[in-house]
Design a protein around this ligand. Sequence first.
Ligand SMILES: [Zn+2]
Length: 415
Amino acid sequence: MASLLIRNAAQVVCVARQDERCKRGPEMRELAIIDDGAVLIQDERIAWVGPTTNLPPQTTATHVIDATGKTVLPGLVDSHTHLIFAGSREDEFEQRLQGISYQDIAARGGGINATVRRVRAASKDQLKETARRRLDRLLSYGVTTVEVKSGYGLSQADEVKCLHAIAELKQEHPCELVPTFLGAHEVPPEYRDDRGAYLRLLIDHMIPAVADGRLAEFCDVFCERGVFSVDESAHILDAAVAHGLKVKVHADELSPLGGAELAARFGATSADHLLHVTQAGIEALREAGTVATLLPGTAFFLGLPYAPARRLIEAGVPVALASDCNPGSCMTENLPLIGTMACTQMRMLPAETVTALTLNAAAAVGRSDRLGSIEPGKQADLVIFDVPNYRRLAYHFGVNHVWRVIKSGRVVVGA
Ligand SMILES: [Zn+2]
């Protein structure tokens, strides 16, 4: 049996104790930290965690890592990305800086549809190779699990092509991938004059095909003024649930449309963005136990107001953070930097951001029974950061502090 022992870590940040599945309110600050900690891994699971001095005397391991002066965290989970795409949109970035509105850019053929054209022209292998580089970069920042959405194909063949690319990368890359079908990302140009036909395509053909092919775990919908209304989104999600898919919602990003309430009504695993969530929406999320996934990188990049993280936390909604990595509104794989943005722009505390990037993010992809904390029995996904305590991560921002990444008991970065 292969075993790996990490010892002498300045801090082992366990995040959870005793089978907590997500954290709410003040629990988000409680990280179950062990000073001078050790973690023993047997095969792909965590076998023991505690102070180094308490290691059972007969403990032996195939490999030993001396983590003196370093901090061990659960592998980070990026629970919201759009990283299957082709091309890039720095041209639009510059246009926006010159004062051209997103609506005008879209009217000139830019925006999501610019990426859709490139994705349709790309082969599955081309999509895989560019996405693989993004996954490599995420992994280098300590991210061991990544949710990946389709949504730039917007035809059955192109959405399936993207989901096949995700499925193959899931087999080939050390990161664990969680596939989400986002055919309801936008109405493609060829259906502009007949939205109903695109809805029927989604509901009658694409969702059944995705579910039958087991190509996605989640179905997501961009519920937004000018994209999919609450009623349209509900029809799409009805079909998703009927076909056994779990639900996520892009909710209340640009306007308070009621996306959070919709997500709660469907028992969604997560409601994401929430810049304009109302108090009623916050109450609904808490009642439903839906994770609020906040994406401050997008607000930062677009110059939008930030989601009300403090109100969500204080109301008892479990809050997660994710990158939203995508070519239009947040082109970064630096997930720890998102944690710093959450501190400085949304007044989250460093401890809360750690919970939001680990346990609560695992809950946002339905995996907190197996991932997101350092507890015996859980999968051995760990990051060792070259910092003496977890606060240093959010504080010393924009640089990569990763020293080792361990996925399922195997050292995959820094070996
Ligand atoms: Zn998104």
